[in-house]
Design a binder for this molecule. Structure first.
Ligand code: ATP
Length: 517
């Protein structure tokens, strides 16, 4: 694998990489990888590392202009892609004057069970032996860059976050220890691979632990329930390749529940039974609404383990594997992670509200080519400023109040958390999804605006009665004994859906622009 970048490419053209030395060692050259979640993707990453390169996973969902931004910003020397992206990636590589090469097909171990839809592929590996191999190369040092991940850009233009080999190793060890990943585990992976959740929690850490990762390249509600049912047939048996761990974003669980609700009682009972047999189910990347957590527990018996992470340090806070998983919280610092809360005046608080700052062996090295932004992002003692406003509860569990610049609203002198209000609105019978944001208001500075997606049955009833599914008046009166008066939304929009990115996140900056027009 180490020599794939020095060989001739599939077209027979020379594909040696800018920055590589005479032996083909990549000397830190950036290699873009474009592949659906697959063994080829894993081979692309490991091949890049073993060849001394820095892997830059490129999102399949990026529009061309964003792809060009990422490729130019990271000075990519070569793009590797699988056959299905050949045409587009070859053309984009030409535009960036970047070399292009096809990733060869990598043998995967087919699951014994005949999963009909969609075809999944399985990867097993041991990252520890890979790390040992990297170590024996000696040319690669622990603090050398290994990976550049681009932030999703919800708080500005995407920035390249540089992770080192030792940072990645620390993170996979932390997750393995915290969540008890083991070689007997089999993960069903259905997340994008240009985000830390899909990459670390569901791929690198499982591979480090010697687990099997089974890719479901495109998330499918039917595919997930079916794979669980095949793993644990209703007769009490367990398949050899049974899925044991699953991790997803809140919208994944919402959609799985919608699929469950549309099944007949026999199918529901088979699905509930199968899901109950998994060892661990986790959730994160955005806030897990309490009604969703409760319903998931009713249906599958699993109290979802919610955790908190970010591109810059991967995972930092987590509810425990054993012990109380408290709803509305993201738990406590993971092993070897330190967390502190810094108030506006720069002092630390143990119980108040402020900015979460994180120190961890898996902290990123820098923002690619942005030394000033990197320097501004840290406080004394090497703590990274997350930009998230948080507090802690009486047991020391952290509560995420939201992104300071998108979820914290300043209304008539109060600083309010949009996430806290969303959590309450989601308890309303009519509300399927919602996003709360502050819009400019002359009298109060910001006005609380709620965008609500009503449930299907509420929509149908409302249509029959030629009325809106929910009015501001009705919402205000319902909210009165649940929210302080200054937290009750004063503007309401009913939408059919909320625009979400590949990780199921709502970009509030974009929404604000849309609503301010
Ligand atoms: N369990 C959780 N509950 C609430 N918020 C979460 C949770 N996990 C992650 N987040 C949010 O996701 C953010 C990290 O996501 P990511 O690194 O993808 O950045 P982003 O906000 O989506 O993009 P950008 O960094 O470009 O603004 C956290 O800072 C936090 O706001």
């Amino acid at each position: 694998m180490c020599t794939i970048f020095c060989a001739e490419n599939m077209d027979g053209k020379d594909s040696s990489v800018n920055g590589a030395n005479a032996t083909g060692f990549l000397c830190g050259a950036r290699i873009g990888i474009v592949a659906k979640p697959s063994p080829e993707f894993v081979a692309g990453i490991f091949g890049t590392w073993l060849s001394g390169g820095v892997a830059v996973p490129l999102a399949l969902s990026y529009p061309e202009v964003e792809l060009l931004h990422v490729m130019n910003d990271s000075d990519i020397s070569m793009v590797l892609s699988t056959k299905e992206h050949h045409d587009i990636m070859e053309s984009i590589s030409t535009k960036c004057s970047t070399r292009y090469s096809l990733l060869p097909t990598v043998e995967s171990i087919p699951p014994k069970i005949d999963a009909q839809e969609p075809l999944s592929s399985v990867v097993t590996s041991s990252v520890s032996s890979l790390m040992a191999e990297i170590d024996t190369l000696k040319k690669i040092k622990g603090d050398d860059p290994a990976l550049i991940l681009y932030t999703s850009g919800t708080t500005g233009k995407p920035k390249g976050v540089v992770h080192t080999h030792e940072g990645i190793l620390s993170q996979v060890q932390i997750l393995t220890e915290a969540w008890g990943y083991q070689s007997e585990d089999q993960f069903l992976h259905c997340l994008p691979l240009h985000h830390v959740h899909g990459l670390f929690n569901a791929l690198f850490a499982p591979l480090y632990s010697g687990s099997v990762v089974e890719f479901l390249p495109k998330f499918s509600v039917r595919g997930v329930w079916q794979r669980w049912r095949e793993s644990y047939p209703n007769d009490g048996s367990k398949n050899d390749e049974a899925i044991t761990v699953f991790t997803g974003v809140p919208t994944v669980y919402t959609r799985l529940l919608q699929g469950y609700d549309s099944m007949n009682p026999d199918q529901q009972s088979a699905c509930s039974y199968a899901a109950k047999q998994l060892r661990l189910m986790m959730c994160g990347s955005s806030a897990l609404p309490s009604p969703l957590m409760k319903r998931w527990q009713e249906v599958t018996g699993h109290r979802l383990l919610e955790r908190y992470g970010m591109t810059e340090f991967v995972m930092a806070l987590s509810n425990p594997l054993h012990g109380a998983r408290k709803e509305g919280t993201v738990g406590k610092p993971l092993p070897r992670v330190e967390a502190k809360i810094i108030m506006d005046d720069g002092t630390e608080t143990k119980t108040g509200v402020g900015e979460l700052c994180i120190k961890s062996p898996s902290l990123f090295k820098e923002y690619w080519k942005r030394p000033e932004v990197t320097a501004e992002s840290f406080i004394d003692g090497g703590f990274f400023k997350t930009g998230d406003t948080v507090t802690v509860d009486e047991d020391g569990y952290f509560i995420i109040l939201g992104r300071t610049n998108a979820d914290i609203m300043k209304v008539g002198g109060y600083k309010l958390s949009a996430l806290e209000i969303e959590a309450v609105l989601l308890e309303h019978d009519t509300v399927l999804e919602c996003a709360v944001l502050g819009l400019p208001d002359e009298a109060y500075g910001e006005a609380i605006c709620a965008i609500i997606v009503p449930k299907e049955d509420a929509k149908e009833k409302a249509e029959q009665a030629s009325k809106p599914a929910l009015t501001l008046e009705a919402l205000t009166s319902w909210s009165k004994d649940k929210l302080a008066p200054y937290k009750i939304p004063t503007r309401l929009h009913l939408w059919d859906s909320l625009p979400r990115n590949a990780m199921g996140k709502v970009n509030k900056k974009e929404l604000k622009k849309l609503l301010e027009v």
